[in-house]
Design a protein around this ligand. Structure first.
Ligand SMILES: CC(=O)N[C@H](C=O)[C@@H](O)[C@H](O)[C@H](O)CO
Ligand SMILES: CC(=O)C(=O)O
Length: 308
């Protein structure tokens, strides 16, 4: 396998654009890629994850989306990570083979969450069966216990993982447990793995314990601001880094109180970027008019340290 540049910095968890009648809207992806690169300074994406409603899409839709993102991202994006997790092992394997065949930079897999693995060995056995279908593609475990209900600690999972999954490359870590994250990083002495944090409102805390970067929904529309936080942190200007984290946190704290999820993320991205993201798919329902008015007013009221 050719060594690739270790993934770091921001990764936008892409939204799946939909038409008003709920079909996947592939033609806007071209514009979406350009928007991320030129307006948000974000050159890595995570496709068909939580934000992309990946688990609500058909296998065929997931393949079409992965293809379109890889194709439109060619020569523009650095990394296109395709989430291929599914409840059905053969479906997940099919998606892994497909991601490999279209030249995805990496694949990621969530734990099954209906019938759940009860321990580390069961989880690794599932991940291994998927990863081995794409033997030249870097593999990330996608840890998101608030949604999967599977709380197997990542620090435990890492022991001996390279022997069972030779392509193992890191973790998308979407949990509040910073002790677990810190212990993963402490174990990763040779820095062979990348730890990408997935709770956007507390990214600065994860950077402090050594996260390599982040995957999240807010980097679709707050990527530029979060990049400035990363730069401030890299220069050890903690006061400035905190200002950015406090301000992105102020926005998120505000919308959390109104009720915030993927449907609302679609609405926010639509008004910030001007690209129509459309409605979410059931069981999610569209953000209310009231939410949109309030969220927009809040975002517009924020005065950023860079004067914007
Ligand atoms: C549950 C969820 O969707 N988590 C996302 C990524 O993992 C985050 O990017 C959040 O959307 C973000 O931190 C706002 O809560
Ligand atoms: C947020 C995130 O990383 C996802 O949508 O999967």
């Amino acid at each position: 396998m050719t060594p690739r540049k270790k993934l770091q910095g921001l990764v936008a968890a892409t939204i799946t654009p939909m038409t008003p009648d709920g079909q996947v809207n592939l033609p806007v992806i071209h514009q979406y890629v350009d928007y991320l690169v030129s307006e948000q300074n974000v050159k890595n994406i995570f496709v068909n994850g939580t934000t992309g409603e990946g688990l609500s899409l058909s296998v065929q839709e997931r393949k079409q989306l992965a293809e379109e993102w890889v194709c439109q991202g060619k020569d523009k994006l650095d990394h296109v990570i395709v989430h291929v997790g599914a409840l059905s092992l053969p479906e997940s394997q099919e998606l892994a083979r497909h991601a490999a065949s279209i030249g995805a930079s990496a694949i990621a897999v969530i734990t099954p969450f209906f019938f759940k693995p009860t321990n580390k060995d069961e989880l690794i056995a599932f991940l291994q069966k998927v990863a081995s279908e794409a033997p030249t593609v870097p593999f990330y475990y996608y840890h998101i216990p608030p949604l999967t209900g599977v709380k197997i600690r990542v620090e435990e999972l890492l022991d001996g993982i390279k022997e069972q999954i030779p392509t193992f490359q890191g973790v998308k870590f979407s949990d509040m447990d910073l002790l677990d994250l810190a212990q993963c990083i402490n174990k990763n002495e040779r820095e062979e793995f990348a730890f990408l944090y997935g709770v956007d409102e507390q990214l600065l805390s994860a950077l402090a314990v050594g996260a390599d970067g982040a995957v999240g929904s807010t980097y679709n529309y707050l990527g530029r601001k979060t990049n400035l936080m990363l730069q401030a942190f890299a220069k050890a200007d903690l006061a400035l880094a905190r200002k950015y984290q406090f301000l992105t946190g102020e926005f998120l704290n505000f919308v959390f109180k109104l009720g915030f999820g993927v449907a609302q993320t679609k609405a926010v991205m639509s008004f910030v970027s001007g690209i129509p993201m459309g409605p979410p798919r059931l069981p999610l329902v569209d953000a209310s008019k009231e939410f949109i008015v309030k969220a927009k007013a809040k975002l517009d009221s924020i005065v950023w340290p860079d004067g914007d």
